[in-house]
Design a protein. Structure first.
Length: 235
DNA sequence: TACCAGGTCCTCG
DNA sequence: CGAGGACATGGT
């Protein structure tokens, strides 16, 4: 299986990278112990890295962190958001996307409080984007996220998988490249997603690691010089 | 200098 | 629908 070959070569990736104030860089420490704040940050990162090298998104995160803007409220209030995230590119669009998403987050938080759902009444309900039990809202949330301007399927799925630990397989350019390498191509995003989800055990942990490995492989495969080496890993 | 990077939206046929 | 363009910075 390709997964095992990649895992054997690259080792566990411990996605998603979370910004560490002390070191001033993003570090990998798995997603088991995320705070609400961490989850928000993952979502912000997912938007910032749209069609952009992660390194640039990371710079933008560093600016946000330095400005104390890594909370939904601060993002909503910030006047200089576009300036802060400039290194991530498309900064005007992304500033708008972040505003919309942060407002959505706040609204959900308020709704949760207003509906009388206690803040800590079991882990699952503690997730900001949940209203009720788990199964149902996970789909509902995906639809809700997709409804927001600036959040497409990949960004929504990255949030669900990497911030909220939901079993959704994320499809990105690298994933498609990997498929193409094997002569597999589909038209729509969801066809790719179903392809993986229907062939793998339904496990957030597995999807997390697999997609992270695909990105590691994809980065290697991207450069012409390393292409042969990348091919070797999965052959 | 050209092309790419962990996409998404809008417009036009 | 599907193709084509806009959005923008930083690395190689």
């Amino acid at each position: 299986m390709i997964y095992k070959k990649m895992l054997g070569h690259f080792g566990p990736q411990d996605w998603w990278p979370i910004f560490d104030v002390k070191s001033g860089k993003c570090e990998y420490r798995g997603c088991e112990n995320y705070s609400d704040r961490d989850r928000f940050e993952v979502c912000v990162g997912a938007i910032l890295t749209q069609n952009t090298a992660w390194k640039n998104a990371e710079r933008a995160l560093a600016n946000l962190s330095a400005a104390g803007c890594l909370s939904p409220r601060k993002v909503c209030l910030a006047r200089n958001l576009a300036k802060l995230i400039k290194p991530a590119g498309y900064y005007n669009q992304k500033a708008k996307k972040l505003k919309i998403f942060a407002k959505y987050w706040l609204d959900k938080s308020l709704l949760r409080l207003a509906s009388g759902t206690p803040f800590k009444k079991g882990r699952k309900q503690n997730l900001p984007l949940c209203k009720r039990g788990m199964r149902g809202d996970f789909l509902e949330n995906r639809a809700e996220l997709l409804f927001l301007w600036g959040i497409g399927p990949e960004t929504a799925d990255s949030m669900l998988l990497y911030a909220f630990n939901r079993p959704v397989f994320v499809i990105d350019a690298y994933t498609k490249r990997l498929c193409k390498y094997y002569g597999i191509e589909f038209k729509t995003y969801d066809e790719y997603r179903k392809f993986f989800e229907s062939r793998l055990p339904r496990s957030a942990k597995l999807y997390n690691e697999f997609h992270a490995l695909i990105v590691a492989w994809g980065k290697m495969h991207g450069g012409k010089q390393n292409r042969a080496a990348a091919a070797k890993i999965i052959n």
